[in-house]
Design a protein around this ligand. Structure first.
Ligand code: DX5
Ligand code: ZN
Length: 227
């Protein structure tokens, strides 16, 4: 059983002070920094790309967890690797050659992740399991922060956990994660919890610390209760 990791999504940060916000969640207890890259094509929103990530790299030594909501992804993998991403996650739905994308990410010396939209079955990953370091289950439709959690993802998490067996693959959940939804997710086998609005609400380092601790305590409480 892996420890629970909390990955604040900077999509909910103050974009005018992005470097300071990354440093603040780092000091406030973030395990990973989650970077939501959107292209206005695969998802109906646009955020940021490699130059911004590169500029943020100096603000934290923690794992940069890059969630690519872009299609195609392959032509940009090198740029995200060069920008300092540690995990690079592509969407299963973003291209026809998932196996190739995953090989390319590992070929760049990075950890390889795949993300599934809420409606995409986990069985689409059956034949790429040995190429994966991370499975990111979307628990909202990707594109925006602050949406309502989709409860069906709890059962999906359980199925993914069963499917990966004893492979060293992390299960990350993204969308609507809060102290209320974290316990069921942790109990189902999730070990990386992304949270945007639930971390950045309050707008100060002290509130970020409380918000991260509240999600972690809720998730770990569920694991202790199950043990
Ligand atoms: C949505 C992004 C998420 C988002 C989560 O497309 O992938 O990372 O920031 O935001 P919350 O935690 O507010 O649902
Ligand atoms: Zn994300």
């Amino acid at each position: 059983m892996n420890d629970i990791l909390i990955a604040p999504s900077i999509l909910s940060a103050d974009f005018a002070r992005l470097g300071e916000e990354v440093a603040a969640v780092d000091r406030a207890g973030a395990d990973w920094i989650h970077l939501d890259v959107m292209d206005g094509h695969f998802v109906p929103n646009i955020t940021f790309g490699p130059p911004i990530i590169k500029a943020l790299r100096g603000s934290s030594q923690k794992v940069f967890d890059c969630h690519l909501m872009i299609a195609p992804a392959d032509p940009f993998l090198q740029a995200f690797a060069d920008a300092g991403c540690d995990y690079i996650t592509v969407h299963q739905e973003a291209g026809p050659h998932l196996d190739r994308s995953l090989q390319a990410i590992r070929g760049l010396g990075k950890k390889a992740g795949v993300s599934l939209n809420p409606s995409t079955p986990e069985t689409t990953l059956e034949y790429v399991l040995d190429r994966l370091d991370l499975i990111l289950l979307m628990s909202v439709n990707p594109g925006f922060g602050g949406q309502a959690f989709i409860p069906a993802i709890i059962e999906k998490t359980r199925r993914v956990k069963e499917m990966i067996g004893d492979r060293d693959i992390r299960i990350e959940i993204d969308g609507g994660v809060s102290p209320e939804t974290a316990p069921a997710l942790a109990a189902a086998g999730a070990d990386v919890l992304v949270a945007g609005s639930a971390v950045f609400k309050g707008g100060s380092e002290e509130t970020y610390r409380q918000n991260i601790a509240a999600i972690r305590t809720a998730a770990e409480g569920a694991l202790k209760a199950a043990a």
